[in-house]
Design a protein around this ligand. Sequence first.
Ligand code: NAP
Ligand code: BLA
Length: 328
Amino acid sequence: MHPIRVGLIGTGYAAKVRAESLQADPRSQLIAVAGHTIEKAQSFGESYGAEAADWAKLVDRSDVDLMVIATINRDHGLMVRAALQAGKHVVVEYPLALSFSEAESLIQLAQQQNRLLHVEHIELLSGIHLAIRNSLPAIGTPFYVRYTNLMAQRPAPQKWTYSREQFGFPLVGAVSRIHRLTDLFGQVATVSCQADWESSTDEQDQFTTCLCTAQLRFVSGLVAEVVYGKGESIWQSNRTLEIHGQQGGILIDGEQGTLITAEQTQTLDMGSRRGLFAKDTAMVLDHLTTGTPLYVSSAASLYALKVADAAGRSAELGQTVALGGVIH
Ligand code: NAP
Ligand code: BLA
């Protein structure tokens, strides 16, 4: 038995932590890396004893079993499709694709090809998420949630994360914000969303600020307000999640968590945000070698993207959008 031979696309933060995890695990071997430029792929590859390669050739190599796609959001769908068509197992960082229909068709393709398609959603592995899950029973029926992700950034970087085409609709590029909520609170009945972008030049694709606000009404009746914004016209960063229940509340502020009930106020132990990609990688290798289950299903990942896609449509139409297929 040879180790699982891996091809990696991307040379940024996610790719680096993937390469480190793969290198540290004897069950995997990093064969080659593809990057934005060949120079970057070469210098990155040298650090991990891997060759530099062109991504389209890499997915076709017979000595690669698993492709890990850790590059800009715009290219995920195209690369996942090519890798699955070449018969590889695939790990892709969220989002699977920028549109719901593309994501749905990729999941079908993986089934047809009988290959693993795992979409990373490390937010579900985080100590914050586990602490919330464990605390939910203590607050009774949750009825109102406020989830704010504001990042003040000045000057806004000239990066893919500030390109509408390359990042995608804000709640699609950052679908983790929706997924946290659908994982905790189930299906969504309606979405009402507004989105706005500011650019400093005539070049509209590259923005300096974006602000997206969405109201999600869950089938349970719970209402969630989600705010995602970043850039120059955001003056104070804020990363908070408030969950209000009939018997208590959960408040997450940055790395601090609190559970509040009528009887007491208690600090939640939330661990660290580090090590989550390593955990994801280990679970993929466990799954491929011994068949143990992964922590997120394609169906759950696709559902989060469906809600994000509906938010995009709502913003475009200026109307509330109802999600189909909901059982009342
Ligand atoms: P990053 O550090 O900015 O790296 C982005 C990668 O894409 C680099 O290899 C970069 O190469 C390349 N790239 C940039 N612009 C490009 C373009 N126009 N065309 C082709 N390639 C381009 O980003 P990251 O944080 O690793 O994110 C990668 C993926 O992981 C994204 O899908 C993100 O949603 C996902 N993710 C990241 C995190 C996280 O904590 N960072 C968490 C969850 C999911 P150059 O540097 O040579 O331009
Ligand atoms: C998510 N972090 C993301 C994403 C990007 C970054 C592009 C995916 C898109 C999104 O969900 O908005 C980029 N995150 C960064 C950068 C920093 C950062 C450039 O913290 C700079 C420090 N990610 C990291 C680091 C940690 C990290 C250093 O780059 C932790 C120590 C964690 N990023 C992290 C987690 C998510 C994420 C846990 C999932 C989103 C969530 O928690 O909801």
